[in-house]
Design a protein around this ligand. Structure first.
Ligand SMILES: Nc1ncnc2c1ncn2[C@@H]1O[C@H](COP(=O)(O)OP(=O)(O)O)[C@@H](O)[C@H]1O
Ligand code: SF4
Ligand SMILES: [Mg+2]
Length: 383
């Protein structure tokens, strides 16, 4: 199959060929359905006989649906279970419970052999572009490996396809024989994108793909991913630790906290009418400039007290309660269900007993939750 790869005169970048994947699928049928997914990592202890003494509840019953060609954002602080979720979906990890269905097929516990037909369709881009590429292999070999593994034989040969892919991701096709160390971080991440594209995926799980890059490079890589998503019709599960990156990229967003999804919805709804206190806190961390530029009311900053509690023994009831300024007794006793609240769109779900009002207006007072941090900042201002 000959690819129609044309040069974009303004940027020198390459225009992507027409979507290969979207047309074949029915948009109504979800690509990926994750139902009550659980991953507990056992903790071993004891002497002389080692026994299981507890478990890290990394992912604890999450539901997600990703549609064909959609970009879905998964956001939350470090340690909340995002990477584990990505690794479960790509089946690098075995789930403890729940199901993962890909195009209607339950792949939760599929064997290597059973997975073979879908393996090439679900790809992952990793956070660290330094460790995720084999330093001893040329770029050509790295990118053609998925074609070999999955028996993909493009017309014109694999080398020609690798050169096309290098061009698609904005790299020089002549660099086919170079090694990863000859490239910058941003370029390496582009190689990672080319490798993911080589097996003609329908879903890419991108695990914080720009977090390890210089801020100046991040936007370029996000733009490339966005181009890939839109022009090739590839669905993305885009994992990020803050809402700023996802804002530009994802049509729907889920916010995770300590192994649970605490709010999910359409981008517009999540950013302008967040209901969960934690989503408010994350949004208040989005740089103010960005909010002002987009004409939105400036939000006050909410500083979250302390760290995320340990996933070995998460708080009872609502897991966010130890850091929540609205917590009441009920929050310790009953886990809030993830439901649609009145005033919200049908697909906007929130897990909170005492949600925030559905408004974008800034509150009167700055909610300062971390007295130590506030004191430090005050001291710095006084100097
Ligand atoms: N292989 C593992 N064994 C034990 N604990 C793990 C393992 N992988 C992740 N965890 C723990 O699971 C929790 C979630 O980790 P992770 O999914 O990497 O979070 P995130 O990507 O959101 O930072 C963390 O507490 C982490 O320490
Ligand atoms: S359920 Fe309670 S503790 Fe949890 S976020 Fe809502 S108000 Fe806060
Ligand atoms: Mg992670």
């Amino acid at each position: 199959m000959k690819e129609d790869v044309a040069k974009d005169v303004t940027t020198g970048a390459t225009t992507l060929p027409a979507p290969r994947t979207a047309a074949k699928d029915t948009p109504a049928e979800p690509l990926l359905v994750v139902d009550k997914l659980v991953k507990h990592f056992p903790i071993k202890g004891g002497f002389p006989v080692r026994r299981t003494v507890g478990a890290v509840q990394a992912v604890d019953g999450i539901d997600l649906t990703v549609h064909v060609g959609e970009s879905f954002g998964l956001v939350g602080e470090s340690g909340c279970g995002k990477s584990t979720t990505g690794r479960l979906i790509t089946r690098l990890l075995e789930p403890t419970g729940g199901t993962i269905s890909y195009r209607g097929r339950d792949i939760s516990h599929a064997s290597r052999k059973e997975l073979a037909p879908v393996r090439s369709e679900i790809q992952m881009i990793f956070q660290d572009p330094y460790s995720s590429l084999n330093p001893r292999q040329t770029v050509g070999r790295i990118i053609s490996a998925p074609m070999e593994i999955n028996g993909i034989n493009p017309a014109g040969g694999r080398e020609k396809r690798v050169r096309e892919l290098l061009e698609i991701v904005g790299l020089n096709p002549e660099h086919y024989n170079r090694f990863p160390h000859e490239f910058s971080g941003g370029q390496r991440q582009r190689i990672g994108v080319a490798r993911a594209l080589a097996s003609e995926p329908k879903l890419i799980v991108a695990d914080e793909p720009v977090s390890a890059l210089d801020v100046s490079i991040q936007a370029q890589v996000v733009n490339l991913l966005q181009k890939v998503q839109r022009e090739l019709g590839i669905a993305f599960l885009f994992i990020a630790h803050d809402l700023a990156v996802v804002r530009h990229f994802s049509q729907r967003v889920a916010v995770m906290y300590l192994g649970k999804v605490i709010e999910v919805g359409d981008r517009g709804s999540i950013y302008t009418r967040p209901r969960h206190p934690y989503t408010h806190a994350l949004l208040s961390a989005v740089p103010e400039v960005e909010l002002e530029e987009s004409g939105k009311v400036r939000r006050e900053r909410i500083r979250l007290a302390g760290d995320v509690p340990s996933p070995v023994s998460p708080p009872s009831g609502c897991r966010f309660r130890t850091r929540c300024w609205k917590a009441q007794d009920k929050c310790a006793q009953e886990e809030p269900p993830l439901v649609r609240l009145s005033g919200n769109r049908e697909d906007h779900l929130t897990a909170c007993h005492f949600p925030e009002d559905p408004t974008t207006e800034a509150r009167d007072e700055d909610i300062v939750l971390d007295p130590a941090l506030a004191a430090l900042e005050d001291a710095a201002e006084d100097q």
